[in-house]
Design a binder for this molecule. Structure first.
Ligand code: DC
Length: 210
């Protein structure tokens, strides 16, 4: 069972991907962490986020384990990740590792921005998760506050809008739904509701495939 999940920042795709992976007992890769870790590596080396050569070096050297998630999931790193993710050579450097993960015999769940369009276009189950920007900002603000970050709702909403524009407007692998993706709007759904809706999509797709 290979499930490709895409969507904008704080749409709920990460939570959904984790739940689905647990339900089907397959590994999960949050591909945003790869871009976040690349950005963090550049910052740690004192390099600029647009230093293509250094960024590719950091991306190539990433191991898919041992991420310092507490640091990577902070607000600053989300923004920095969106900047390095717009560099085509960085995306290229991260493709193989993601495809290898997706090719595991037992299956996998991957979530990101280009999973259904670029990384695993062959996945039978593709879900594009959306939610209104204000709802996403509310969720992200709660999540950041829960991690002890000082947050202002207006700033978080502004971040979300900026990231949406950058992630959707870049020339390589922009955020968009694959033509055969099922759309899932989570604006009015809680975690359980979104999971139930996603499970229905998976079951429908699996039934068509068999
Ligand atoms: O999903 P996230 O918020 O952790 O992702 C951080 C940034 O990384 C996001 O703004 C865009 C980029 N990203 C990407 O371009 N492609 C992916 N598959 C995953 C994330």
């Amino acid at each position: 069972m290979l499930i490709a999940i895409d969507g904008p920042a704080a749409s709920g795709k990460g939570t959904l991907a984790r739940r689905l992976a647990r339900h089907f007992n397959v590994p999960h890769l949050d591909t945003g962490l790869l871009y976040r870790a690349t950005a963090a590596g550049l910052i740690d080396k004192g390099c600029r986020l647009d230093d293509v050569e250094k960024a590719v070096g950091v991306a190539r050297g990433l191991a898919l384990v041992d991420f310092d998630e507490a640091r990577l999931r902070g607000r600053e790193m989300g923004e920095a990740a969106s900047v390095v993710a717009a560099i085509p050579a960085v995306r290229e450097a991260l493709i193989d590792a993601q495809r290898r993960f997706a090719g595991r015999p037992e299956g996998a769940v991957l979530d990101g921005r280009d999973i259904g369009t670029v990384i695993c276009p062959q996945a039978r189950v593709k879900i594009f998760v959306t939610a209104a920007p204000e709802t996403r900002a509310q969720r992200r603000a709660l999540e950041l506050a829960g991690r002890g970050e000082k947050v202002d709702f207006a700033d978080v909403l502004e971040d979300i809008r900026k990231r949406d524009a950058r992630d959707s407007g870049r020339s390589t692998a922009p955020l968009r739904a694959a033509e055969d993706a099922a759309m899932l709007d989570t604006t009015l759904l809680d975690v359980e509701g979104a999971f139930a809706a996603a499970l229905k999509i998976v079951q429908e797709r699996a039934a068509v495939a068999s």
